[in-house]
Ligand binder design. Structure first.
Ligand SMILES: *Cc1c(COP(=O)(O)O)cnc(C)c1O
Length: 447
């Protein structure tokens, strides 16, 4: 099955109404300077609302430290540094200090993830996944990846990097009760297909994968396991989740702006010198050129924070997620994985069919300043994409703002206020703005 993107002349991916409003704003302004001010004002409105007044429970978000934010605006972000680190492999001159910054970043990433190799040049984890498919597969190869309703991500499917590499994609069988790989079904299917690569990448991710067992199976024909740790990256670095590289994955990618709590971008780490050349060749010159050295500096600073605070911070994220899962369960919400303690990550997943659907509930919660996302859950079909049955709730941000288990009870009460219409929406929003006043400082950093 392959999904093709419908392109017609009239096709407009963005909401035409929102674009029309922007054109109106531009036309209404009497000078470019005032147009610029419109941009700045929208950024400021977001900073106040999302930054100070909301309970941000989006699983892919994390607040960065003041130092990381400052570095993102630094002078070095205007410099071009194509190529590999060092005096001879750069295209441009003038990179002596940039080499220092980038080398510190690479060595810090290697230290945090206990890997032999790491790369810092990926603008997104999506590009990291394309790097892996470019380096380790050829078009028409068979691979196995996790489908979206059981947690998979488009980057490993037909409508993402794996698809544009021209790979034949087969589903990793998932157990929808245990919420991990169905190992027996996997063994049977994989032995028939003999995939070159098996990608374990999940955006909805509650429990560890049977990585050691899967590695043993694919080794029978020289296949490899690729761990797309976009979400779990911080938990892995902080020692709070299975360590894919020691359990058999040959390479791991991850989003540095999700649990890792650095600037939004991608990282890639691996141990095997045999794949070193193909991976670094795929990064440069294939998929990265100028690569935002300001972001690299911010990433290095975030990695240093991680060495000091990662373990404690990540452990609290998981404790908070478990506490929030329990608190919602106690209040009558159907939570996935309840029989296994709800979660071993930063996420919990609610089945909200008793209240409506995931789309409507996320929208309603958003009106009350509680930011979550709708999510497909096992049992949903891919075509339920717009109106799925689940809500994904993450604890990274509230944890970095200093919240602990007792605050998860309060958050669960706020969520229930909205789900069962216990209070007027405006009243809930006011209470949340008030509650957030005591949680404005970023914890687990040197600032
Ligand atoms: C978020 C996500 C990605 C993409 O990461 P970006 O950094 O946003 O490009 C890839 N894989 C999985 C499993 C994800 O959840």
């Amino acid at each position: 099955m392959s999904t093709s993107i419908q392109q017609t002349e009239a096709h407009e991916a963005h909401d035409p109404e929102v674009l029309r409003k922007a054109r109106e704003v531009i036309e209404r302004c009497s000078s470019p300077r005032l147009i610029q001010k419109e941009v700045i004002d929208a950024v400021e409105r977001n900073a106040i609302w999302r930054g100070e007044e909301c309970l941000n429970l989006l699983a892919p978000e994390a607040p960065t430290s003041p130092t990381v934010r400052k570095l993102l605006a630094s002078e070095v972000g205007t410099r071009a540094a194509e190529g590999h680190i060092g005096p001879t492999q750069r295209w441009f001159a003038g990179t002596i200090y940039i080499d220092e910054i980038e080398a510190l970043c690479v060595e810090l990433l290697k230290k945090v993830f206990k890997s032999n190799y790491a790369d810092h040049r990926l603008v997104a984890s999506m590009v990291g996944n394309l790097t892996v498919y470019t380096a380790l597969t050829k078009p028409e190869d068979d691979i196995m990846t996790i489908p979206q309703p059981t947690g998979g991500h488009s980057s490993n499917r037909y409508n993402g990097p794996a698809g544009i590499r021209g790979l034949n994609i087969h589903n990793v069988p998932m157990d929808s009760i245990e919420l991990t790989v169905d190992l027996d079904a996997f063994a049977k299917k994989a032995r028939q297909i003999k995939p070159r690569l098996v990608a374990l990448g999940a955006s909805m991710t509650l429990f560890p994968f049977p990585l050691k067992e899967m590695t043993q199976i694919v080794q029978e024909w020289g296949g490899k396991i690729f761990f797309d740790g976009a979400h779990q990256l911080g938990l892995i670095g902080g020692g709070q989740f299975q360590d894919p590289l020691t359990e058999g994955a040959c390479v791991m990618t991850g989003s540095s702006g999700k649990t890792f709590s650095g600037p939004q971008s991608g990282i890639i780490v691996w141990n095997d010198p045999e794949i070193n050349k193909s991976i670094t060749d795929a990064i440069f010159p294939a998929l990265a050129a100028t690569h935002q050295v300001n972001r690299v500096a911010a990433l290095a600073a975030a990695a240093a924070e991680f060495l000091a605070f990662g373990k404690e911070y990540m452990a609290q994220i998981v404790k908070n997620a478990q506490a929030l899962g329990q608190a919602l369960h106690d209040r009558g919400v159907t939570m996935l994985g309840a029989h296994k303690g709800f979660t071993r990550t930063h996420q919990v997943i609610a089945d909200v069919r008793a209240f409506g659907n995931g789309h409507d509930m996320a929208k309603k919660l958003g009106t009350a300043n509680i930011i979550t996302n709708k999510n497909l859950i096992p049992g949903d079909k891919p075509e339920n994409w717009d109106y799925p049955s689940g809500l994904r709730i993450g604890t990274t941000e509230v944890t970095r703002l200093g919240m602990k288990e007792s605050e998860m009870e309060t958050i669960a009460d706020f969520i229930m206020d909205v789900l069962i219409d216990r209070k007027p929406m405006n009243a809930v929003r006011k209470e949340i703005i008030d509650f957030r006043k005591s949680y404005q400082k970023i914890h687990y950093c040197f600032d």
